[in-house]
Design a protein around this ligand. Structure first.
Ligand code: RB5
Length: 162
């Protein structure tokens, strides 16, 4: 088993780390405003402009922020939401999910306890993306039959190859 980030139980506002490459920076900035409007404390890990950058650097930064508990949760955005999600999932304890709508976002939390949400700026409209973020934040992990499966997911990162 990995030492997965603990459930959120500190005092104060929820902290969410945001990261994006150049393909996702516009949506990332809009989501930062949206989150601030919800009273969320945003930890913006960049990028901060449209110069080309590499999505693995930002996906792993979001993953590390959550795994180290600098942030409670993370949101990672690239053009498709795919590459940056692959990067975040390389960090032990991270369960990052690419979602495209409110339903997939809600299920990512309820069934998979996703602690990083990944979105694609080039594939998902702004209002849908905001709705997906809200659905994910408002949902809770259901536990029960999902508990052991999520534990197996976390263990795969440690045991793979042994
Ligand atoms: C960048 O052009 C693009 O490849 C990236 O944002 C992402 O879609 C990769 O998965």
């Amino acid at each position: 088993m990995t030492d997965a980030p603990a459930p959120v139980h500190h005092a104060g506002p929820l902290r969410v780390a945001l990261g994006a490459d150049h393909g996702g920076v516009h949506l990332k900035d809009l989501l930062a405003e949206h989150l601030a409007g919800r009273g969320v404390e945003v930890v913006d890990l960049g990028t901060h402009g449209t110069d080309r950058v590499d999505y693995p650097d930002y996906g792993v930064a979001v993953g590390h922020a959550v795994a180290s508990r600098e942030a409670d949760l993370g949101i990672a955005v690239c053009g498709s939401g795919i590459g940056i999600c692959m990067a975040a999932n390389k960090v032990p304890g991270i369960r990052a999910a690419t979602v495209h709508d409110e339903t997939s976002a809600r299920l990512a939390r309820q069934h998979n306890d996703a602690n990083v949400l990944c979105l694609g700026e080039r594939l998902t409209g702004i209002e849908v993306a905001k709705g997906a973020v809200d659905s994910w934040l408002d949902a809770s992990f259901e536990g029960g039959r999902h508990e052991g499966r999520v534990a197996k997911l976390d263990a795969l990162l440690v045991d793979g190859g042994n």
